[in-house]
Design a protein around this ligand. Sequence first.
Ligand SMILES: Cc1cc2nc3c(=O)[nH]c(=O)nc-3n(C[C@H](O)[C@H](O)[C@H](O)COP(=O)(O)OP(=O)(O)OC[C@H]3O[C@@H](n4cnc5c(N)ncnc54)[C@H](O)[C@@H]3O)c2cc1C
Length: 416
Amino acid sequence: MTFSGFKVVKEALTGYRGWGPLWRNPTPKPAYDVVIVGGGGHGLATAYYLAKRYNLRNVAVLEKGWIGSGNAGRNTTIIRSNYLLPGNQPFYELSMQLWENLEQETNFNSMVSQRGIINLFHSDGQRDAYRRRGNAMMISGAGARLLGPGELREMVPFLNFDNARFPIKGGLMQERAGTARHDGVVWGYARGADKLGVDIIQNCEVTGFRIEDGKMLGVETSRGYIGAGKVGVSVAGSSGRVMAYANRRLPIESHALQAFVSEGLKPVVPGVITFGAGHFYISQSDKGGLVFGGDIDGYNSYAQRGGLPVIEDVLEGGMALMPMIGRARLLRAWGGLVDMSMDGSPIIDRTDIDGLYFNGAWNYGGFKATPAAGLTFAHLLATDTPHDTATAFRFDRFNRGYVIDEKGVGAQPNLH
Ligand SMILES: Cc1cc2nc3c(=O)[nH]c(=O)nc-3n(C[C@H](O)[C@H](O)[C@H](O)COP(=O)(O)OP(=O)(O)OC[C@H]3O[C@@H](n4cnc5c(N)ncnc54)[C@H](O)[C@@H]3O)c2cc1C
């Protein structure tokens, strides 16, 4: 089935009887060339690119719940490539370019909406830091624009510009940034991978690995043993738990991260806005809800829900930035489980176990990385060499001291 305007009109006229399921519901085979653990955006994108770009089609994605039930379906959907450091910038720019072509590539409406992001600054020092970042972004082709308070007041007049403590002095804008619909991304990659022969197996929890003489043989699951030539672990906040099945510890802490949506309102927030004097970011969904979030919950947890103190903290940030938000009613709040690394940057690498590969440590920001993480992890799985844009994301950086601390805040997961 190919989606097109013609197909939509045809279905509307014929009682919508021609829409089929987007992917099959296969029974697991005894063995696959590659097994991906985790049916989030990253796992599905990896399977898609393995099949599409590397012609590896005897592939399964094993998901313990339903696909997209983890962070992929719970995040605030911001996509951007406004990075400073050389280890990060080419990777996130690759991701942005893949976003820009995603819907054509997968023939699926993922609602990629390049409405721009504005990072606000509130001091002269912060302006200098953002100017430097903006220059790096322009050199790398990501594009950047420094906005003064006058231009900003015209674009987003509802902000609290004259806040006595944190006056808004301007913002750094990336016009190509924006949002994408999380479910649409998951479903688009799932459908694309399934069409190329990948088995997507839901309600199939990986409960252990079978490893002999340092070599991966397959995975134990809630639906029986499945053999695997290679296993790629892509389970976000569950990384520590799953890698413990191979007796490996990671430089990662898992934390709950909460998000919020208000009742539907008329269009008011034009793109994504981030507060530079607290942790608060906001955009408006196509349905009109204000979608926003802030800090992770401070304690380590594997629960997909957070606590009230952080809710209060995020809402205070919102009130400080745009007091009018106090007039909106909060519709829902929820939590996901994020994998926070000590330097705030990801890991895409082989492990010392032959046939076991790892993708994780995505911190606050792995949704925007979904296409590039999928492509580069697929490259690693298929070729055993890191993709050119992901050479910095290796385990050994923590041994060698070459951490990629984009914000320069040190080993403090909550600040990345
Ligand atoms: C509230 C919130 C807001 C966020 N906002 C943004 C944002 O605006 N922009 C951005 O770029 N990023 C954001 N993120 C981060 C982003 O969502 C994640 O980094 C990214 O989704 C992680 O990759 P994934 O999609 O593959 O993860 P997930 O969707 O979590 O996929 C992992 C999957 O593995 C499965 N799994 C776990 N254990 C097992 C097992 N043993 N066997 C089988 N399957 C298993 C899980 O069920 C899950 O479906 C946010 C995260 C949260 C929680």
